[in-house]
Design a protein around this ligand. Structure first.
Ligand code: ATP
Ligand code: MG
Length: 412
């Protein structure tokens, strides 16, 4: 619902920022502000950002408000946002704005006014419960004046009028949209994210970003061994992830055909392990070229033969970098839910043709020594060559906005 006349969005930073030491908190809030500013600028919005202790305000135009709100729900470190009307922090003014809002947007459903007061006791000559009662009366009377019979429900209202009263001004709002939470992007060091275009790896990448790590997405082109649309899927999913980044994402594409050709001619049962180790090697070379401090994959224990607990020991051992597996303990159904929520599920289910690499009888309890013994020696050179011949594709936010419209949270 558009709050008529509103041109400001109130941004609530994620609670986790508040438990850091003062200096860390200041740095993180600074990064959050920069990310918000560049997210808005990249998308061409005319907006200014104002910060205040524990809150941020984005001032824009009424026309841009909805799209600005949507952009803000994609910024990591944001807990929730609300388009707001601003007024003086007095009972009279707040009552007036609530009455106007009720006239415009209230049609008789059960309602409650929820108020939050911030500042010192002496900043306002009223308490939050007093404010709620006075506000509730204002809404009630405004509705009656319109010929509407209002119903109050303080426990589970269908419509909540929110009031946030601060020392120098007050805000009235009707909606509260969830942000992704997490930490602002850039508050951790970067990681290389192995992105296959499947369902899992975009979610893993998103989760690493959610904890503050900028990512270098890396797709290994399977050459003759992948379906025609494998790469297109990877590009689509990464484009969708840019909804959560201030600017574009650069997908690195490494030519993996040569190494995979060598693998397919090698011992059948270890093929997928060689392939995973090969991809991790390429990721390691890419990490060496950048400031990345780790590698992210979409693996989960037991999801496939190459992801048994024993297999993960064998694949992870190929690199000195930590291999982060944010999906480690998730069921496939949980991963799918998450992929749908962030908008990458549809991209990942584009039919990409068959994958001709998987053997009929893969090893599920491999030993590292045996795998090392059978692995073709040339794979390391192949990986280095692949990492030296990267193609970089710059991807920006796709237009399929209804896939990831802000989820409404009824808690105001
Ligand atoms: P996903 O796991 O993303 O759904 P998938 O099921 O096709 O894709 P898996 O066999 O599960 O792939 O691969 C395990 C992990 O290896 C992936 O999550 C991803 O991190 C990485 N990976 C697989 N294929 C590629 C590729 N072609 N390029 C880059 N990374 C890849
Ligand atoms: Mg997978």
């Amino acid at each position: 619902m558009n709050l008529s006349g509103a041109s400001t969005v109130l941004v609530r930073p994620a609670g986790e920022l508040g438990v850091k030491s003062a200096s860390v908190q200041r740095r993180m809030e600074g990064t959050l502000r920069e990310n918000v500013e560049s997210a808005l600028e990249t998308r061409g919005f005319d907006a200014t950002v104002e910060t205040e202790h524990t809150r941020m305000y984005v001032h824009t135009t009424s026309a841009a408000l909805e799209n600005v709100t949507r952009t803000l729900t994609g910024v990591f470190g944001v807990s929730s946002v609300s388009p707001v009307l601003t007024c003086e922090p007095t009972l009279d003014d707040i009552r007036g704005v609530l009455a106007e809002t009720a006239k415009e947007h209230y049609s008789g459903e059960s309602f409650a006014v929820r108020a939050r007061r911030a500042g010192q006791r002496e900043d306002h000559p009223f308490s939050s419960p007093e404010l709620e009662r006075a506000g509730g009366t204002a809404v009630f009377e405004a509705a009656q004046e319109q010929g509407i019979e209002p119903t109050v429900d303080l426990d589970d209202p269908e419509r909540t009028f929110g009031v946030e009263c601060r020392p120098d001004r007050a805000f009235v709002y009707l909606e509260r949209y969830d942000g992704p939470g997490g930490m602002p992007l850039g508050t951790q060091e970067p990681v290389v994210a192995l992105v296959s275009g499947g369902i899992d790896s975009p979610v893993a990448t998103w989760l690493a970003m959610k904890r503050g790590c900028p990512v270098y997405p890396l797709y290994v082109d399977l050459g003759d061994f992948g379906g025609v649309d494998h790469r297109a899927r990877a590009e689509r999913t990464v484009a969708t992830l840019t909804r959560f980044t201030p600017g574009d994402l650069a997908l690195r594409v490494a030519p993996g055909g040569e190494g995979l050709g060598r693998i397919i001619n090698s011992t059948g049962m270890y093929r997928m392990l060689f392939a995973r180790r090969f991809m991790l090697r390429i990721a390691e070379y890419v990490a060496d070229q950048t400031d990345a401090v780790g590698i992210v994959t979409g693996e989960a224990i037991g999801q496939k033969s190459s992801q048994t607990a024993a297999a993960l020991r064998v694949t992870g051992a190929v690199t000195d970098y930590p291999v982060h597996r944010p999906l480690l303990s998730l069921d496939k159904g949980e991963i799918i839910e998450q992929a749908k929520a962030i908008g990458t599920y549809e991209d990942a289910t584009i039919d990409a043709g068959c994958n001709r690499l998987a053997p009929d009888n893969p090893a599920t309890q491999p030993s590292l020594d045996v795998v090392r013994n059978f692995e073709p020696d040339e794979l390391d050179d192949d990986a280095r060559d692949a990492a030296q011949n990267l193609e970089t594709v710059s991807l920006s936010e796709t237009d399929d906005s209804d896939l990831c419209s802000p989820s409404r949270d009824s808690r105001v």
